[in-house]
Design a binder for this molecule. Structure first.
Ligand SMILES: [Zn+2]
Length: 210
């Protein structure tokens, strides 16, 4: 029986929304506190996030999971590379949001990741439209890297924001009509700030009346 030398099937990746790179940056949050919340502790956490975010097809996730189970070192390397990429994305877009102006040059780590990422050159029908067909071995975080490049080059980059709660520092794209959204979420940081202002005001009034 001839030994099969067929290459593994390609990975299939839907075109990412630009905000996907910010979603990835926000997998570590409460960054303004002494102990930020980390959600990617183990390689399995990274695969779980990629799966939930629909980055690539289920077969690619399953193949990666199997490869990492067989060789745990691979998963650790993959996780370390993902964290380095995530921190580069966070640093670049947090600086841009704080400055309100683009950096002087494309952030080096993102530029390097883009140069090494698979090209979006082949489309195939899938999931109600088309998906990108890319080599499986480079697929896992390719959509995150593309999204970072797309956001750097996007007309919507003026909607890049960082939550005004100094303990939160969540990155987001402001989709509000007026473009004046300041909080990652009104129900968490927005209300917290409002309650804080209300408390300060009533305390000032009480002290004034005393
Ligand atoms: Zn927030």
């Amino acid at each position: 029986m001839p030994v099969s030398t067929a290459a593994p099937p390609p990975a299939l990746a839907p075109g990412p929304a630009e905000g996907l790179c910010l979603d990835f940056a926000n997998t570590r949050y409460w960054r303004g506190t002494p102990a930020p919340t980390e959600t990617l502790h183990r390689p399995a956490d990274l695969l779980g996030w990629c799966e939930a975010a629909g980055l690539v097809d289920a077969a690619t996730i399953a193949a990666t999971r199997a490869a990492w189970a067989a060789q745990p070192g691979l998963g650790e390397v993959g996780l370390a590379a993902a964290i380095a990429l995530r921190e580069a994305i966070f640093a670049a877009f947090a600086a841009w949001a704080a400055e309100g102006a683009p950096p002087a040059a494309a952030p080096g780590a993102i530029a390097a990741a883009l140069a090494a990422a698979p090209a979006r050159a082949r489309l195939r029908p899938g999931q109600g439209g088309f998906v990108w067909e890319i080599p499986r071995e480079a697929a896992l975080l390719a959509p995150v890297i593309w999204a970072a490049g797309d956001l750097l080059a996007a007309p919507r980059h003026d909607r890049l924001r960082q939550c005004a709660n100094p303990q939160c520092l969540w990155l987001f794209l402001d989709d509000s009509k007026a473009g004046t959204r300041r909080w990652c979420s009104m129900t968490s940081c927005g209300n917290r700030a409002k309650a804080h202002r209300h408390y300060a005001k009533t305390r000032a009034l009480a002290e004034g009346a005393a």
